[in-house]
Design a protein around this ligand. Structure first.
Ligand SMILES: CC(C)(COP(=O)(O)OP(=O)(O)OC[C@H]1O[C@@H](n2cnc3c(N)ncnc32)[C@H](O)[C@@H]1OP(=O)(O)O)[C@@H](O)C(=O)NCCC(=O)NCCS
Length: 335
């Protein structure tokens, strides 16, 4: 495979995807990129295996590229994707590079190549609204970005449209005891409920910022997620209806490598008819107790700082503190 065309600076070359033999090196690059933010997450090879097993070969052929350095081998990669959302057709890209190789000429060349690919795709459907989107670690709203990748992106026409926050609860003491509304109960998850739980989450997130129309491959990734442990989940039911859910997970490999005992209390949602009655708060308190009882000493989650239900405040009330920002940056597609 040739991959996305990149005009690499001296010392670097690009090539297409070679298959699962690339995955361990890609996981290492993505982990290094995540750790460049203040609160990084480790990515396992199994997670990359799963994600890429659901991407059609034709998609990888056209929308993916590996970057190699003459001495260091695989030092980064780029992937361009496309989501159908209420805001229009969003062409997103990811372009993780090892910190050591994160320099403006290489990064800019990679982003330019991915942007050109997005423009080619957009030209195939000129009647739709298109924009290009990416996510980058950011020092925070109003803070100087001089010398960072955000500044390089701004020079290429990208602008910040939203901030996501990483939040950590640095200890698992003093967890509030919060009740669920009358008639709502927690039940252990049975294997034949997975699709119902997935559908409930999709329904709860629908129409939110950047939410895409779910595709079958997303359900398969959910079903087969190697890190998922449904015994950690807190799913609240009223009869046959999923009222709310938090699907916590523990990345043991990450904890071992980073020397911490963290549980992620993530994928938080409440059925639209049940909001504002303390469901998410009660499920979060129960989830914190669950990860604590599994031996963890801290919890973490990510949140859109402009979440319309002010989820940030719900999490603060439960003891989470902001640790890092990621900016969402957009640019119009230039056809
Ligand atoms: C964000 C979300 C999970 C909140 O769920 P929720 O069950 O409504 O949350 P809670 O009821 O615990 O808290 C919401 C508000 O209701 C208030 N509340 C709590 N108990 C209440 C009660 N008994 N009666 C009335 N209001 C109550 C809370 O104080 C909070 O108020 P605030 O917005 O002024 O801070 C929900 O809006 C949702 O699913 N949104 C879409 C998916 C999403 O964005 N998920 C978050 C991803 S990070």
């Amino acid at each position: 495979m040739v991959g996305v065309k990149i005009d690499c600076p001296a010392g670097y070359t690009s090539r297409g995807y070679a298959g699962p033999s690339d995955h361990a090196a890609m996981a290492a690059v993505l982990t290094d990129f995540h750790l460049s933010g203040d609160d990084g997450e480790l990515v396992t090879t199994e997670q990359i295996d799963l994600t890429y097993s659901h991407i059609p070969a034709e998609d990888l052929e056209r929308n993916f590229v590996i970057i190699e350095h003459v001495d260091d081998g695989l030092v980064g990669y780029g992937r361009a994707g496309c989501d159908d959302t209420p805001e229009g057709h969003i062409h997103y890209w990811v372009a993780p590079l090892y910190q050591k190789h994160m320099a403006q000429p290489l990064f800019t060349a990679l982003v330019k190549g991915l942007g050109n690919r997005a423009a080619e795709r957009a030209a195939e459907q000129p009647e739709l609204t298109h924009l290009i989107r990416c996510w980058m670690p950011h020092p925070g709203p109003g803070e100087s970005v001089a010398g960072t990748a955000v500044a390089w992106l701004q020079a290429m026409g990208y602008g910040e449209v939203r901030f996501e926050a990483s939040m950590v609860r640095p200890h698992l003491d003093d967890i509030l005891d919060l009740p669920l509304p009358d008639g709502v109960e927690l039940r252990p998850v049975a294997a034949d409920q997975l699709r119902t739980i997935w559908d409930a989450a999709v329904n709860a997130f629908a129409g939110g910022f950047g939410q895409q129309q779910p595709k079958e491959e997303h359900w398969l990734e959910f079903r087969d997620d190697p890190i998922a442990d449904s015994t950690l989940w807190k799913v609240a039911w009223a009869g046959d209806t999923v009222v709310g859910q938090i699907r916590s997970f523990i990345n043991h490999e990450e904890n071992e490598k980073l020397g911490r005992l963290r549980g992620y209390t993530e994928h938080i949602s409440t059925h639209p008819d049940w909001r504002g009655r303390g469901v998410a708060s009660a499920l979060l308190a129960a989830s914190l107790r669950e990860v604590r009882d599994r031996g963890m000493t801290e919890a973490a989650l990510g949140v859109d700082t402009e979440n319309p239900a002010n989820a940030f405040a719900i999490y603060e009330r439960l003891g989470f503190k902001l640790t890092a920002y990621t900016a969402v940056l957009d640019r119009p597609v230039i056809l």
